[in-house]
Ligand binder design. Structure first.
Ligand code: FCB
Length: 461
């Protein structure tokens, strides 16, 4: 028997859930270039920081790389047909900067642009709206060799790259996301070293974040100049941090943690500059010297905020020397969790959407990523009955619908991910796809979650 709650979250009744979303809602799935394309040295592409990093022994699980990934570059037409068979109305992908400017600067490589031209045309021919991300972590290696995100040079380079892509695709692409998860790539790429380019130090991470904000500003302006009708946003990963206990030191740690992980990125994006409490904290521990903090005050307005949401985080006080110098750390998940230990909290998505809407008042919000890794079991016939992933999507979409009912201007939802893919330092063993990929044969099989999502979209107004 179906309970009222189950019916509401659409586990068995996708139509009821779909009916809670507006008519022109962007029902989508997302990927990123380095995670799916493969063809790492084809048609003029040269290494990005992720090629270098993944080819460095010890950096990724089992030494796996994105050399082949889902071979999406060579399987474009079939993958487009797959998207159409799922009924997707929108597709979020990223452009590989080293395909477009192999050396990180200078004239465009037309063979690289041709691929995205075909992708965009193929989407439009199937009635799928392209949502384009300019930067999803694959910085051309030559830029990194000159300091990468820690130097001002990257700001001009990014604006130049945005102009090139805008000129070529701006007549057909309306939604543009400048950067994906500035927090993740600045902190993990330049702070903890767990992601490319593998650099360390909190001051380095803050410098990378600073130039990211400036690159977003310069890139948005450059884009709007060549694509006046563009709708421009930035994708931030905002999870749902809560205090790990009732202790006052944990409550204080939560404020710092939310400041360092969320407000440090949101406040500048909305033209508010850096949050003063965190500026004081960082100055107190000897960071931010020489950073022109006022430079981020002049931000172009966002047309939409793109939100990547995955999990709840229980924050507790920690020694300042630990992790990020902010005297806070995240405790292990207490409740249900995914294969990577992320604590599942659908209502945290509703709370996050409501918070973003009330505190920052973006004209629109799109959920640009949401999804879960689970240890998929492949049946002998190749099928994957991933009820846990389907339930994750159902519960998060119900929470998103609750947020809409509370006044959040939500315009789209992108399941992460269309395909199982190269999950960065975790390689291929961590699967997020609604479509299973056999990495030996490149065979694609729609999982139960993908079939459920197809039915949901099919029932949408
Ligand atoms: C996000 C990334 C995306 C993917 C998911 C699981 O942080 O943007 O590329 O790795 O996590």
């Amino acid at each position: 028997m179906t309970t009222a709650r189950e019916e509401r979250i659409g586990r068995d009744a996708p139509a009821a859930l779909a009916g809670r979303f507006p008519r022109d809602f962007a029902w989508g799935a997302a990927t990123a270039a380095y995670q799916v394309e493969g063809a790492h040295d084809v048609d003029g592409r040269t290494p990005s920081v992720w090629d270098t990093f993944s080819h460095t022994p010890g950096r990724t699980l089992n030494g796996e790389t994105g050399d082949v990934a889902c071979d999406h570059y060579h399987r474009l037409e079939a993958d487009l047909d797959l998207m159409a068979s799922l009924g997707l109305r929108a597709y979020r992908f990223s452009v590989s900067w080293p395909r477009i400017q192999p050396g990180g600067s200078g004239p465009a490589n037309s063979a690289g642009l041709d691929f995205y031209d075909r992708l965009v045309d193929g989407l439009l021919a199937r009635g799928i709206e392209p949502w384009l991300t300019l930067y999803h972590w694959d910085l051309p290696q030559p830029i990194e060799d000159r300091g990468g995100w820690t130097t001002p040079e990257v700001v001009d380079r990014f604006a130049e790259y945005a102009t090139i892509v805008g000129r070529r695709l701006g007549d057909r692409v309306r939604h543009w996301i400048t950067l994906n998860e500035l927090r993740t790539y600045s902190q993990m790429g330049y702070g903890t070293g767990r992601h490319a380019p593998g650099r360390h130090g909190w001051g380095t991470a803050l410098a990378a974040a600073h130039h990211g904000h400036l690159a977003h500003a310069a890139g948005s302006r450059a884009l709007r100049e060549v694509v006046p009708q563009a709708r421009v946003g930035i994708a931030h990963d905002i999870n749902y941090p809560v205090a790990g206990s009732d202790l006052s030191e944990d409550a204080a740690a939560l404020v710092r943690y939310d400041g360092a992980m969320n407000r440090w990125f949101l406040d500048p994006s909305f033209g508010r500059g850096y949050p003063a409490d965190l500026v004081d904290w960082y100055h107190g521990i000897g960071l931010l010297d020489g950073v022109d903090l006022d430079a981020v005050a002049d931000m172009p307005p966002l047309d939409f905020l793109a939100l990547n949401y995955y999990r709840r985080e229980r924050v507790v006080a920690a020694p300042v020397e630990d992790d990020w110098g902010i005297g806070a750390s995240v405790r292990e998940a207490q409740g249900p969790r995914t294969a990577v230990g992320w604590e599942i909290d659908p209502d945290g998505l509703r709370a996050t959407l409501v918070r973003l809407s009330r505190e920052y008042a973006p004209p629109a919000i799109a959920i640009s990523e949401n999804g879960a890794a689970f240890p998929d079991v492949v049946a002998p016939d190749g099928t994957v009955d991933d009820a846990d992933r389907r339930d994750y999507f159902a519960a998060h979409l119900a929470a998103a619908a609750d947020a809409i009912e509370q006044g959040v201007p939500l315009v789209g939802y992108f399941a992460w991910s269309l395909l199982d893919n190269f999950e960065w330092a975790l390689g291929y063993g961590t699967r997020f796809g609604i479509v299973h990929v056999d990495f030996d044969t490149q065979r694609r099989t729609v999982k139960a979650s993908g079939a459920w999502y197809r039915d949901l979209i099919g029932a949408a107004p």
